[in-house]
Ligand binder design. Structure first.
Ligand code: SAM
Ligand code: SF4
Length: 465
């Protein structure tokens, strides 16, 4: 495969930098910006790139959305409610424009990449000044320049799956950083729209990743979260294939204090990766392994390409290799044709695995996916009732599984003040579980050792050592 063809050319990136410089000198450029982010970590990281580009344009971040002159919505379309929420909020901003006629409204991200969405925006959402898809993120400076110099709406959606290198990034947190290792997804799970809106899998070169990681380490970052829709298949598309496990080993050797990653597809979780998890000092003992369903019949309909037994076998190996590993998952209920028996298979799997946390979703039909065209769509009341039972089960189990940490020492990377009290701080322990303890705002960003004292509201409490 020709890697050079997949990376956005240096000339193109230089052209975009010229647009940034032009915008900096434009008298009509907005003074302040606000980025609204929906969806996953990938989107959160894309927003950090938007913030990086906007900052280089000389536009300042606004404290509040309603005070900004430029508002950009970075959207998600994985489930219908995310999409509805984004469009609802964009429409609400139309009211704000009555107070601030120079307000520029932009929408980008996965939703714009959906088939038919660009036309819909042009026809029904004429007040949106600028819309572009995920494939055009690196062209944001050019599109912004165009928007600032015309009265016409700018709507651009391309399907070219390129890798942009060298975009400016302003990270939301100084101590913990997202680092994209690959884009896109090839799996075509039958319910999922991601492969249609994020394109084919393409891995960044190990050199680019290691270079970025080195820069982060030098800047004092304590934790790196490697991002990809399926990090386990990282590197298979490279001209010189390079496994995810090899990448982890190299990052580990660099001495980054904490390394995490998401997401893993169970079918691609190799023994090599499991062994690497055990061998690497800095790769944290935690694993997010979405199962989606405990029923073999539904897993096949979902096109997940593993069975319940294979999944359980991988969990067993992970636990043998890394005793006490923190495990989390994603589960969908109400997939087309899911019977009560299938649902009970998901319940029994949850009972068997005993996750430290589970993200549960009601199946949401996405136009263009195979599952949306399947017969036997489940009635919303049935799906809602099932998810309630699943959540109740998981919460009860979680209360028990988390007790294994009580009395243990943990190292917590402090993320912020706790929601309950300004005298308390909280962050994630090594196993990926949130831990709250007494502390002050100044300690945000530090790693603090503590002893776990209890389980409260499905998270942990601790006292410092
Ligand atoms: N690539 C990751 C993976 O395979 O686990 C995650 C991608 S997706 C953004 C995150 C989660 O959303 C999935 O694990 C799945 O549980 C859920 N999801 C995706 N499509 C969905 C749909 N149509 N309805 C409900 N949940 C969905
Ligand atoms: Fe969607 Fe499946 Fe790809 Fe995850 S692996 S992004 S669920 S298609």
């Amino acid at each position: 495969m020709d890697r050079a063809a997949q990376i956005v050319s240096e000339e193109e990136m230089a052209r975009q930098r010229e647009y940034i410089a032009e915008i900096r000198d434009l008298p009509q450029k907005p003074r302040t910006f606000y980025v609204v982010t929906y969806g996953c970590q990938m989107n959160a990281h894309d927003s950090e790139k938007l913030t990086g580009m906007l900052t280089e344009m000389g536009i300042e971040p606004a404290e509040e959305r309603d005070q900004a002159d430029f508002v950009i919505f970075n959207t998600c379309c994985v489930r219908e409610n995310a999409e509805r929420k984004a469009l609802g909020n964009v429409t609400w901003l139309k009211e704000i424009r009555k107070r601030n006629p120079s307000l520029i409204i932009a929408v980008c991200g996965c939703m714009i990449q959906e088939p038919g969405m660009a036309e819909k925006i042009l026809q029904q959402y004429k007040f949106i000044n600028l819309a572009f898809g995920t494939s055009n993120l690196h062209r944001f400076p050019e599109l912004m320049y165009r928007t600032l110099n015309t009265d016409q709406n700018t709507v651009v959606v391309e399907d070219r799956d390129l890798i942009p290198e060298g975009l400016p990034i302003v990270r939301a947190r100084r101590e913990a950083a997202y680092l994209t290792i690959m884009y896109g997804c090839n799996n075509y799970c039958s319910y999922c729209i991601v492969p249609y809106v994020r394109g084919r899998e393409r891995s960044r070169s190990p050199e680019h990743i290691l270079h970025e990681a080195e820069g982060l380490l030098k800047s004092g970052v304590k934790e790196i979260m490697l991002l990809g829709q399926n990090v386990n298949s990282y590197g298979l598309d490279l001209e010189h294939p390079f496994s995810f496990a090899s990448l982890l080993k190299q990052l580990d050797a660099m001495g980054i204090p904490r390394i995490r990653f998401m997401t893993s597809h169970p079918k691609d979780l190799s023994d090599e990766l499991t062994e690497t998890m055990a061998a690497c000092r800095h790769v944290l003992p935690q694993f997010h392994l979405p199962v989606q369903s405990g029923s073999d019949r539904i897993l096949a309909l979902m096109n997940r390409r593993y069975s319940r037994a294979q999944y359980l076998d991988r969990v067993r190996k992970l636990r043998e290799a890394v005793p006490g590993i923190g495990l989390s998952t994603d589960i969908i209920v109400g997939f087309p044709g899911e019977t009560e028996e299938d649902f009970q298979d998901s319940m029994s799997l949850v009972n068997e695995v005993r996750y430290d946390s589970a993200f549960t979703f009601i199946y949401s039909p996405r136009v263009g996916t195979r599952a949306a065209a399947m017969e036997n769509q489940i009635r919303p009341q049935v799906a809602t009732e099932r998810i309630q039972r699943l959540i109740a089960l998981q919460e009860g189990l979680q209360q028990e599984t988390l007790k294994r940490f009580v009395g243990m020492e943990e190292e917590v990377l402090i993320e912020g003040l706790s929601r309950r009290s300004s005298e308390e701080i909280s962050g994630k322990g090594l196993h990926g579980v949130s831990i709250t303890m007494q502390g002050k705002r100044e300690e945000i960003g530090r790693i603090i050792r503590c002893r776990v004292t209890g389980v409260k509201n499905n998270t942990l409490t601790g006292v410092r050592e």
